[in-house]
Design a protein around this ligand. Structure first.
Ligand code: BV8
Length: 256
């Protein structure tokens, strides 16, 4: 086992509080394109800077609702991979594990993680555009692709929207503050599959470092975060995480 990997294993195995901060790269091996994929990536095909905004929705509700419907349909046909399950496994091995994700696919919970903070919301939760009225009933997937007229709020008639955080919107009250407190007080942070471009999520690894944590990044290539981490494990989340968690399990069973 090389020294870099061993350093990561020891930091995770000895942690009392581990924070796992994940981005779109975490779900890439499940088949969900990241925002930076050049070919079929969401960022390339539909500029989220334009569509994932209040202005974008107001300008063309069917186009934005149709984009989320396309993404929801894709996610509904896919599932978490071994990397998600490895992170969930850590909860049985360590005193406290919290996942702080930028992803809206719900895959960490689906894989069995129970301590999950969704910084940017969830694509399968809805509210109305004008008053943020929550939507209790099921919102069926529209079968057609392309623009789709959004359903209306049962209480005020406003168009529905996904309960996600759009660019220019504040994160849900308290969620980022909670994530920031966890980052500052954790012993180790795993940063997985994020380019480290979108704020305030991108500030969390620095918060962890300033709180004295060992920060470990798992990514197929260096990111904006890499210069600030203690350990960079180059590789795919679906390969590196299962190997890392197996080594952590081995180290903890030897220690007990
Ligand atoms: C905010 C939900 C306060 C929706 C998302 C002007 C006005 C207002 C704000 C701003 C502004 N200018 C800048 C800002 C701040 C802005 C921001 O950061 N912009 C960026 C573009 C500079 N942030 C905001 O607006 C935030 N709110 O600041 O509120 C405020 C409010 C008003 C006025 C002032 C301030 C809200 C941001 C949240 C936006 N919503 N998602 C939806 O999904 O539709 S963001 C979305 O994009 C994701 O959630 C994620 O956060 C981001 C994509 O980043 P990543 O997840 O990192 O993915 P990416 O594709 O970039 O990278 C993938 C990585 O994985 C790569 O490194 C790759 O190498 C790696 N990888 C690939 N395969 C694998 C892998 N790694 C491991 N294994 C693999 N197999």
């Amino acid at each position: 086992m090389n020294e870099t990997f061993q350093r990561a294993v020891s930091a995770v195995a000895e942690s009392n509080l581990l924070v796992v901060a994940t981005g779109a790269g975490m779900s890439k091996e499940s088949g969900i394109p990241t925002f930076r994929d050049s070919l079929d990536g969401l960022w390339a095909r539909y500029d989220p800077q334009e569509l994932a905004t209040r202005e974008g929705f107001r300008h063309d509700p069917p186009r934005v609702w149709g984009w989320y419907n396309y993404r929801r349909k894709l996610i509904s046909e896919l599932e978490p991979h071994g990397g998600h399950r490895a992170i969930a496994r850590l909860e049985a091995l360590l005193p406290q594990v919290v996942v702080v994700t930028q992803n809206i696919d719900g895959f960490h919970r689906l894989a069995g993680s129970t301590g999950v903070l969704e910084l940017h919301g969830n694509i399968n939760r809805f509210k109305c555009y004008d008053r943020d009225h929550p939507v209790e009933e099921e919102v069926p997937l529209a079968c057609q692709d392309g623009p789709v007229e959004p359903p209306r709020c049962g209480r005020c008639g406003s168009p529905l929207r996904p309960d996600v955080v759009w660019f220019g919107e504040m994160l849900p009250p308290g969620v980022f503050e909670q994530a920031e407190t966890l980052a500052r007080s954790c012993d180790a942070m795993l940063v997985v599959g994020t380019s480290g471009i979108v704020y305030p999520a991108a500030a969390l690894p620095m918060s962890a470092r300033s709180g004295g944590a060992t920060v470990i990044e798992v990514n197929v290539e260096p990111s904006e975060v890499t210069p600030t981490v203690d350990v960079f494990l180059q590789g795919a989340a679906g390969e590196v995480l299962p190997a890392l968690v197996a080594a952590v399990e081995e180290e903890r069973s030897r220690a007990n």
